[in-house]
Design a protein around this ligand. Structure first.
Ligand code: PGA
Length: 255
C-alpha cells in the first residue's frame, strides 16, 4: 500500500458465523489487540449480531458493517433489510456484491449497482466486492470481468461519493479455499481496478481510492500482500473470526 496516498482498511467479513453473545465475546477479545491500529478497522457481521457488535465496539476504534442491504427503502421484500434499518442502529459500512451473494443468491451486476446506490444515499460506506472465477482467470478474461463488475456497480456514483466506496478484489477461487492469490497477482488486478477508476473519474480520485484484497488472507501472508503498492488493505473471512489472527493482519497493515 502507498501510505502517502491512502490509509489501509482491514475489514472482517464474518459471513454466517457467530451468535450475538459470541459476537460480544469476540469483539471484547479483539478490542485491546487492535486499539493502536494505524489503519481503519471494520467488522462486517450478520444482521442479528449488529446491535451486539455496536454495543461492544462503542468508544473503540472498531467500526461496524453489515454484509448486505436491499435497495428499496421499505416494502414487501420478505427477509430483506433496508439501509435505514442499518443506519438507525449506527452501522457505517456495508459489504455489497460478495461472490457468495452472486453465486448462491442470484446477485447480478445490476442488483449490485442498485444496492450501492441505496447504500450511498443512506450515508453508508460501501465495500464493493469484485473478482473472477477460476474458469475466467484461465480464459484470460480477469481484467474484463473485474472491469465490467466495477463499471456497472459504480454507474451513477459521483466523484464526491467515491470517497465512501472501497473495492475489495476477491478472486473467487481464493475465497475460503486456502489458495491465496500471489502478492503479484493481487497487485496486478488491484492496479488494474485503479486504472478503471482513473478512467471513470480522474487520476487524483484513483490515487485516493482504497482497493483491498480478499481471499484467504491470513496472519501469515498478510504482510507480503499488504507490502504491494496497490493493495490497500484486506477483506478477511476465516481469519477474522480469530481475534489474534485478525489483530496480526491489522498490525501488518499498520506498519
Ligand atoms: P476468506 O474469505 O478470507 O475466508 O477466504 C474472504 C471473503 O470472502 O471476504
Amino acid at each position: 500500500m502507498n501510505k502517502q496516498l491512502r490509509k489501509a482498511v482491514i475489514a472482517g467479513n464474518w459471513k454466517m458465523n457467530k451468535t450475538p453473545s459470541q459476537t460480544t465475546a469476540l469483539v471484547e477479545e479483539m478490542k485491546p489487540l487492535v486499539k493502536d491500529a494505524g489503519c481503519d478497522v471494520v467488522i462486517c457481521v450478520p444482521y442479528v449480531d449488529l446491535q451486539a457488535a455496536l454495543a461492544a465496539t462503542k468508544g473503540s476504534n472498531i467500526k461496524v458493517g453489515a454484509e448486505n442491504c436491499h435497495w428499496e427503502k421499505s416494502g414487501a421484500y420478505t427477509g430483506e433489510i433496508s439501509t435505514e434499518m442499518l443506519t438507525e442502529l449506527g452501522v457505517e459500512y456495508v459489504v455489497i456484491g460478495h461472490s457468495e451473494r452472486r453465486t448462491y443468491f442470484g446477485e447480478t451486476d445490476v442488483t449490485v449497482q442498485k444496492r450501492v446506490r441505496a447504500a450511498l444515499d443512506a450515508g453508508l460506506t460501501v465495500i464493493l466486492c469484485v473478482g473472477e472465477t477460476l474458469e475466467q482467470r484461465e480464459q484470460g478474461i480477469t481484467f474484463e470481468v473485474v472491469g465490467l463488475q466495477t463499471k456497472v456497480a459504480l454507474g451513477g456514483v459521483s466523484k464526491e461519493e467515491l470517497s465512501r466506496v472501497i473495492i475489495a478484489y476477491e478472486p473467487v477461487w481464493a475465497i475460503g479455499t486456502g489458495r491465496t492469490a500471489t502478492a503479484e497477482q493481487a497487485n496486478e488486478v488491484n492496479h488494474y481496478i485503479r486504472t478503471v477508476i482513473a478512467g471513470l473519474y480522474d487520476s487524483a480520485a484513483a490515487d485516493a481510492f482504497v482497493v483491498q484484497y480478499g481471499g484467504s488472507m491470513n496472519a501469515k501472508n498478510a504482510a507480503e500482500l499488504l507490502a504491494q503498492p496497490d493493495v490497500d488493505g484486506g477483506l478477511i473471512g476465516g481469519a477474522s473470526l480469530k481475534a489474534a489472527d485478525f489483530a496480526e493482519i491489522v498490525k501488518a497493515a499498520s506498519k
